[in-house]
Design a protein around this ligand. Structure first.
Ligand code: PGA
Length: 230
């Protein structure tokens, strides 16, 4: 009977997710689609500003973002942490040091995300708070491109810990004071927007999957790595 009910859940699910979430959301869609083969999905990956634009234009059913705007009337629920950490090449001289003062960031060539990125905003806020000016050597609009640039020795950067996958051996996470920057992923939609059965089904599925990740029942690669001490 349950199987029949699942078969009835048909239609389209339109998701828009911020760039850091693409390291986990597609992975979780696999089991979801197996459960609900009648649901077709379109997934847009964009930065924080792109998510806001899409939300205002009412383009998707559900949004995944890590910073909820005050100026929009939206419903949202946190589901997983999204800590931002300092990435350096594996062999970086600071890799062995502990409790490094944040001012040290000013001495390293820095790779920065593009304007409109929530990661960039969070990094800038922290740096401003501590009056640290970094030397931006390169600006890049992609977490993956930043990782390649770091691995290539161009500099260091701040990225979501979730971007670290099987390539973890290529990087070190520096133990810099005031890091990780604590952020959380939210599932959100404009307040007052009626959720379709399909969207509601995904919403519940995601919250449940996230709970299982936290409880380690399922462990995507990106979740398993321990955070450095704060
Ligand atoms: P971004 O999203 O791609 O806008 O940096 C990540 C985030 O806001 O955590």
């Amino acid at each position: 009977k349950v199987a029949n009910l699942k078969g009835l859940k048909q239609g389209q699910l339109r998701l828009a997710v911020i760039t850091t979430a693409k390291y986990i959301i597609p992975r979780l869609l696999g089991p979801f689609c197996q459960l609900y083969p009648g649901i077709d999905i379109s997934l847009k990956v964009t930065n924080h500003e792109g998510i806001l634009d899409r939300m205002i234009a009412n383009m998707d059913d559900l949004y995944i973002m890590s910073q909820v705007p005050d100026r929009l009337d939206i419903n949202y629920e946190p589901f997983l942490e999204n800590p931002l950490v300092v990435f350096a090449p594996a062999n970086h001289p600071l890799a062995q040091e502990k409790n490094i003062p944040i001012e040290r960031l000013a001495d390293e060539p820095f790779i920065m995300r593009e304007p409109g990125s929530g990661t960039r905003r969070a990094v800038q806020n922290l740096l401003e708070e501590h009056d640290v000016k970094v030397k931006v050597k390169l600006e890049l609009g992609s977490n993956e491109a930043i990782k390649q640039a770091i691995a290539g020795g161009l500099g260091i950067s701040v990225l979501s810990r979730h971007t670290l996958l099987t390539d973890a051996h290529e990087f070190s996470i520096l133990d810099i004071q005031h890091f990780p920057i604590k952020r959380t992923w939210y599932i959100a939609h404009p307040a007052g927007k009626h959720l379709s059965i399909v969207a509601r089904t995904y919403y519940d599925y995601l919250l449940d999957a996230a709970k299982k990740i936290v409880e380690n029942e399922i462990a995507p690669l990106s979740i398993k790595i321990d955070l450095p001490p704060e």
